[in-house]
Ligand binder design. Structure first.
Ligand SMILES: O=C(O)CCC(=O)C(=O)O
Ligand SMILES: [Fe+2]
Length: 291
Protein backbone atom coordinates (compact mmCIF):
# COMPACT_ATOMS: atom_id res chain seq x y z
CA UNK A 1 0.00 0.00 0.00
CA UNK A 2 1.46 3.36 -0.98
CA UNK A 3 1.56 6.35 1.34
CA UNK A 4 -1.44 8.69 0.96
CA UNK A 5 0.51 11.57 -0.67
CA UNK A 6 -2.66 13.50 -1.39
CA UNK A 7 -2.38 16.61 0.75
CA UNK A 8 -3.93 19.69 -0.85
CA UNK A 9 -1.61 22.71 -0.86
CA UNK A 10 -2.64 26.35 -0.84
CA UNK A 11 0.83 27.89 -0.98
CA UNK A 12 3.09 25.35 -2.67
CA UNK A 13 3.31 23.74 -6.08
CA UNK A 14 4.08 20.07 -5.23
CA UNK A 15 4.78 17.54 -8.01
CA UNK A 16 5.56 13.90 -7.25
CA UNK A 17 8.72 12.56 -8.85
CA UNK A 18 8.05 8.81 -8.58
CA UNK A 19 5.27 6.45 -7.57
CA UNK A 20 6.70 5.64 -4.16
CA UNK A 21 8.26 8.81 -2.73
CA UNK A 22 9.72 12.18 -3.52
CA UNK A 23 8.29 15.51 -4.66
CA UNK A 24 9.54 18.69 -6.26
CA UNK A 25 8.35 21.93 -4.71
CA UNK A 26 8.12 25.29 -6.42
CA UNK A 27 6.51 28.56 -5.50
CA UNK A 28 8.34 29.20 -2.23
CA UNK A 29 11.28 31.47 -1.42
CA UNK A 30 13.25 30.27 1.61
CA UNK A 31 15.51 33.33 1.70
CA UNK A 32 12.83 35.27 3.54
CA UNK A 33 11.22 33.93 6.71
CA UNK A 34 8.51 31.51 5.62
CA UNK A 35 5.18 32.11 7.40
CA UNK A 36 4.03 29.44 9.87
CA UNK A 37 1.36 28.47 7.36
CA UNK A 38 3.90 27.92 4.56
CA UNK A 39 6.18 26.03 6.95
CA UNK A 40 3.35 23.72 7.99
CA UNK A 41 2.65 22.97 4.31
CA UNK A 42 6.34 22.15 3.79
CA UNK A 43 6.15 19.83 6.82
CA UNK A 44 3.06 18.14 5.38
CA UNK A 45 4.85 17.74 2.03
CA UNK A 46 7.85 16.16 3.78
CA UNK A 47 5.72 13.75 5.82
CA UNK A 48 3.69 12.78 2.73
CA UNK A 49 6.58 12.44 0.29
CA UNK A 50 9.54 11.61 2.60
CA UNK A 51 11.91 13.65 0.44
CA UNK A 52 11.29 17.08 -1.05
CA UNK A 53 13.40 18.92 -3.61
CA UNK A 54 12.69 22.63 -3.26
CA UNK A 55 13.76 24.21 -6.55
CA UNK A 56 15.24 27.58 -7.51
CA UNK A 57 16.50 28.83 -4.14
CA UNK A 58 19.12 31.54 -3.69
CA UNK A 59 20.35 31.19 -0.11
CA UNK A 60 23.25 32.46 1.94
CA UNK A 61 24.55 30.07 4.62
CA UNK A 62 22.77 32.26 7.22
CA UNK A 63 19.46 31.92 5.37
CA UNK A 64 19.83 28.14 5.03
CA UNK A 65 20.62 27.94 8.76
CA UNK A 66 17.63 30.12 9.67
CA UNK A 67 15.34 27.79 7.67
CA UNK A 68 16.94 24.68 9.24
CA UNK A 69 16.48 26.04 12.78
CA UNK A 70 12.71 26.21 12.21
CA UNK A 71 12.78 22.35 12.33
CA UNK A 72 14.78 21.87 15.49
CA UNK A 73 18.31 21.98 16.84
CA UNK A 74 21.21 21.41 14.48
CA UNK A 75 22.92 18.02 14.73
CA UNK A 76 26.72 18.21 14.45
CA UNK A 77 28.45 15.39 12.58
CA UNK A 78 30.87 13.54 14.88
CA UNK A 79 33.32 12.71 12.08
CA UNK A 80 33.08 15.79 9.85
CA UNK A 81 34.21 19.34 10.50
CA UNK A 82 31.80 22.12 9.54
CA UNK A 83 32.66 25.22 7.52
CA UNK A 84 35.12 27.54 9.30
CA UNK A 85 32.66 30.43 9.58
CA UNK A 86 29.52 28.19 9.88
CA UNK A 87 30.37 25.10 11.95
CA UNK A 88 26.76 23.82 11.66
CA UNK A 89 27.12 23.55 7.85
CA UNK A 90 29.16 20.80 6.28
CA UNK A 91 30.53 21.46 2.80
CA UNK A 92 30.31 18.29 0.72
CA UNK A 93 32.87 18.77 -2.02
CA UNK A 94 33.99 16.39 -4.76
CA UNK A 95 36.65 17.55 -7.22
CA UNK A 96 37.71 15.89 -10.51
CA UNK A 97 40.81 14.51 -8.71
CA UNK A 98 38.69 12.73 -6.04
CA UNK A 99 37.73 9.12 -6.76
CA UNK A 100 35.38 8.64 -3.76
CA UNK A 101 32.26 10.58 -2.96
CA UNK A 102 30.59 11.20 0.39
CA UNK A 103 27.51 9.02 0.98
CA UNK A 104 28.08 6.72 -2.01
CA UNK A 105 26.29 3.66 -0.59
CA UNK A 106 22.81 3.03 0.84
CA UNK A 107 22.46 4.43 4.36
CA UNK A 108 20.43 6.64 6.65
CA UNK A 109 22.25 9.50 8.34
CA UNK A 110 23.95 9.11 11.72
CA UNK A 111 22.31 5.73 12.37
CA UNK A 112 25.27 5.07 14.66
CA UNK A 113 24.16 7.85 17.05
CA UNK A 114 21.83 7.10 19.97
CA UNK A 115 19.50 9.82 18.60
CA UNK A 116 20.13 9.93 14.83
CA UNK A 117 19.41 13.00 12.71
CA UNK A 118 15.69 13.40 11.99
CA UNK A 119 16.35 14.95 8.61
CA UNK A 120 19.08 16.22 6.35
CA UNK A 121 18.99 19.21 4.02
CA UNK A 122 21.43 19.62 1.17
CA UNK A 123 21.64 22.83 -0.78
CA UNK A 124 23.25 22.54 -4.21
CA UNK A 125 25.95 25.18 -4.80
CA UNK A 126 27.60 23.59 -7.85
CA UNK A 127 26.47 20.51 -9.77
CA UNK A 128 28.01 18.51 -12.64
CA UNK A 129 26.66 19.00 -16.18
CA UNK A 130 25.09 15.52 -15.84
CA UNK A 131 25.06 12.95 -13.05
CA UNK A 132 25.64 13.40 -9.31
CA UNK A 133 22.00 12.51 -8.62
CA UNK A 134 20.88 11.19 -5.23
CA UNK A 135 18.70 8.07 -4.89
CA UNK A 136 16.18 7.59 -2.07
CA UNK A 137 14.07 4.65 -0.89
CA UNK A 138 10.79 4.47 1.00
CA UNK A 139 11.36 2.38 4.14
CA UNK A 140 7.64 2.32 5.06
CA UNK A 141 7.02 0.39 1.85
CA UNK A 142 10.03 -1.81 2.54
CA UNK A 143 8.45 -2.86 5.85
CA UNK A 144 4.85 -3.05 4.68
CA UNK A 145 5.73 -5.29 1.71
CA UNK A 146 7.32 -7.99 3.91
CA UNK A 147 5.32 -11.16 4.54
CA UNK A 148 3.65 -11.46 7.94
CA UNK A 149 6.22 -14.11 8.85
CA UNK A 150 9.18 -11.86 8.04
CA UNK A 151 7.50 -8.85 9.72
CA UNK A 152 7.27 -10.93 12.91
CA UNK A 153 11.00 -11.73 12.67
CA UNK A 154 11.95 -8.14 11.85
CA UNK A 155 9.86 -6.79 14.73
CA UNK A 156 12.07 -8.74 17.17
CA UNK A 157 15.48 -7.69 15.81
CA UNK A 158 17.77 -4.94 17.05
CA UNK A 159 20.67 -3.63 14.99
CA UNK A 160 24.14 -2.77 16.24
CA UNK A 161 25.14 0.32 14.23
CA UNK A 162 28.76 1.45 14.00
CA UNK A 163 30.03 4.81 12.76
CA UNK A 164 33.66 3.88 12.29
CA UNK A 165 33.84 0.41 10.76
CA UNK A 166 37.64 0.34 10.70
CA UNK A 167 37.60 -3.44 11.13
CA UNK A 168 36.13 -3.83 7.63
CA UNK A 169 38.35 -1.04 6.31
CA UNK A 170 41.57 -2.92 7.09
CA UNK A 171 42.11 -1.13 10.40
CA UNK A 172 42.07 2.38 8.88
CA UNK A 173 39.92 4.85 10.82
CA UNK A 174 37.10 6.70 9.10
CA UNK A 175 38.94 9.96 9.71
CA UNK A 176 42.12 8.75 7.98
CA UNK A 177 40.21 7.04 5.17
CA UNK A 178 38.13 10.14 4.39
CA UNK A 179 41.15 12.44 4.66
CA UNK A 180 42.96 10.29 2.10
CA UNK A 181 40.04 9.82 -0.29
CA UNK A 182 38.24 13.17 -0.29
CA UNK A 183 40.68 16.01 -0.71
CA UNK A 184 38.46 18.89 0.45
CA UNK A 185 36.24 17.22 3.05
CA UNK A 186 37.28 18.25 6.54
CA UNK A 187 37.28 15.31 8.95
CA UNK A 188 37.67 15.16 12.71
CA UNK A 189 38.03 12.63 15.48
CA UNK A 190 34.70 12.07 17.27
CA UNK A 191 36.43 12.28 20.68
CA UNK A 192 34.07 10.85 23.28
CA UNK A 193 30.89 11.32 21.21
CA UNK A 194 29.03 7.98 21.07
CA UNK A 195 29.29 6.44 17.57
CA UNK A 196 27.98 2.91 18.20
CA UNK A 197 24.30 2.40 19.04
CA UNK A 198 21.65 -0.31 19.16
CA UNK A 199 18.29 0.40 17.46
CA UNK A 200 15.13 -1.53 16.64
CA UNK A 201 15.12 -2.86 13.04
CA UNK A 202 11.51 -1.71 12.77
CA UNK A 203 10.91 1.80 14.02
CA UNK A 204 7.73 3.77 14.47
CA UNK A 205 7.80 7.21 12.91
CA UNK A 206 7.12 9.63 15.78
CA UNK A 207 5.01 11.97 13.61
CA UNK A 208 3.09 9.64 11.26
CA UNK A 209 2.83 6.62 13.58
CA UNK A 210 3.73 4.33 10.65
CA UNK A 211 6.28 1.53 10.94
CA UNK A 212 9.41 1.62 8.77
CA UNK A 213 12.35 -0.69 8.23
CA UNK A 214 15.35 1.00 9.84
CA UNK A 215 18.38 -0.43 8.09
CA UNK A 216 21.41 1.01 6.31
CA UNK A 217 25.12 0.64 5.74
CA UNK A 218 26.03 1.35 9.36
CA UNK A 219 24.44 -1.91 10.57
CA UNK A 220 27.18 -4.36 11.59
CA UNK A 221 25.16 -7.22 13.02
CA UNK A 222 22.02 -7.94 15.00
CA UNK A 223 22.15 -7.62 18.77
CA UNK A 224 22.80 -11.02 20.34
CA UNK A 225 23.86 -12.63 17.02
CA UNK A 226 27.25 -13.23 15.42
CA UNK A 227 28.37 -11.46 12.23
CA UNK A 228 28.05 -14.77 10.38
CA UNK A 229 24.48 -15.29 11.56
CA UNK A 230 23.52 -11.68 10.88
CA UNK A 231 25.00 -11.10 7.42
CA UNK A 232 22.56 -13.16 5.29
CA UNK A 233 19.63 -11.38 6.95
CA UNK A 234 21.27 -7.96 6.60
CA UNK A 235 21.86 -8.72 2.91
CA UNK A 236 18.21 -9.66 2.50
CA UNK A 237 16.90 -6.52 4.23
CA UNK A 238 19.28 -4.25 2.29
CA UNK A 239 18.38 -5.83 -1.06
CA UNK A 240 14.67 -5.79 -0.27
CA UNK A 241 14.62 -2.22 1.03
CA UNK A 242 16.37 -0.81 -2.04
CA UNK A 243 14.18 -2.49 -4.66
CA UNK A 244 13.78 -0.13 -7.65
CA UNK A 245 10.03 0.24 -7.12
CA UNK A 246 10.64 1.73 -3.65
CA UNK A 247 13.04 4.40 -4.94
CA UNK A 248 13.15 7.83 -6.49
CA UNK A 249 15.98 9.87 -7.95
CA UNK A 250 16.61 13.57 -7.37
CA UNK A 251 18.29 15.36 -10.25
CA UNK A 252 19.99 18.39 -8.84
CA UNK A 253 20.16 21.90 -10.23
CA UNK A 254 22.18 24.70 -8.68
CA UNK A 255 19.81 26.23 -6.13
CA UNK A 256 17.91 23.02 -5.31
CA UNK A 257 17.46 22.43 -1.57
CA UNK A 258 16.56 18.80 -0.89
CA UNK A 259 15.28 17.80 2.52
CA UNK A 260 14.80 14.14 3.47
CA UNK A 261 13.37 12.34 6.46
CA UNK A 262 16.01 9.93 7.79
CA UNK A 263 13.41 8.12 9.91
CA UNK A 264 11.74 6.47 6.91
CA UNK A 265 14.24 6.62 4.01
CA UNK A 266 17.69 5.54 2.91
CA UNK A 267 19.74 7.44 0.34
CA UNK A 268 22.68 6.89 -2.01
CA UNK A 269 24.80 9.60 -3.67
CA UNK A 270 25.63 8.40 -7.20
CA UNK A 271 29.33 8.74 -8.10
CA UNK A 272 29.14 9.11 -11.89
CA UNK A 273 30.82 12.45 -12.68
CA UNK A 274 34.56 11.73 -12.58
CA UNK A 275 35.70 14.89 -14.38
CA UNK A 276 33.53 17.46 -12.66
CA UNK A 277 33.02 19.30 -9.38
CA UNK A 278 29.99 18.96 -7.10
CA UNK A 279 29.47 21.15 -4.01
CA UNK A 280 26.64 20.90 -1.49
CA UNK A 281 25.96 22.69 1.79
CA UNK A 282 24.56 20.19 4.28
CA UNK A 283 22.69 20.70 7.55
CA UNK A 284 21.22 17.93 9.71
CA UNK A 285 18.42 18.37 12.23
CA UNK A 286 18.47 16.57 15.59
CA UNK A 287 16.14 13.60 16.00
CA UNK A 288 14.77 11.30 18.71
CA UNK A 289 15.92 7.89 19.88
CA UNK A 290 14.19 5.35 17.58
CA UNK A 291 11.43 3.22 19.14
O1 LIG B 1 25.70 14.21 -1.66
C1 LIG B 1 24.64 13.61 -1.60
O2 LIG B 1 23.83 13.57 -2.52
C2 LIG B 1 24.24 12.89 -0.32
C3 LIG B 1 25.41 12.68 0.59
C4 LIG B 1 24.98 12.09 1.91
O3 LIG B 1 24.92 10.91 2.09
C5 LIG B 1 24.57 13.01 2.98
O4 LIG B 1 24.68 14.24 2.82
O5 LIG B 1 24.12 12.53 4.02
FE1 LIG C 1 23.94 10.53 4.00
Amino acid sequence: MNAPRNTQYRHLDVQKISGSLGAEIRGVDLSTDASDEVLSEIRAALLDNLVIAIRDQDLTPEQQLAFARRWGDIHLHPFMEGMADHPEILAIIKRPTDKKNFGGSWHTDQMFSPSPAMGTMLYAKEVPSAGGDTLFTNQYLAYESLSDGMKAVADQLRTVCVGDNFKQAGGVSRKDRYARQMSEMKVKDPGNVQTTSVHPLVRTHPETGRKALYIGGHVQHFDGMTDEESQPLIDFFMKHSTRPEFTCRVRWQTGTLTFWDNRCTQHFAVNDYPAETRIMHRITICGDAPF
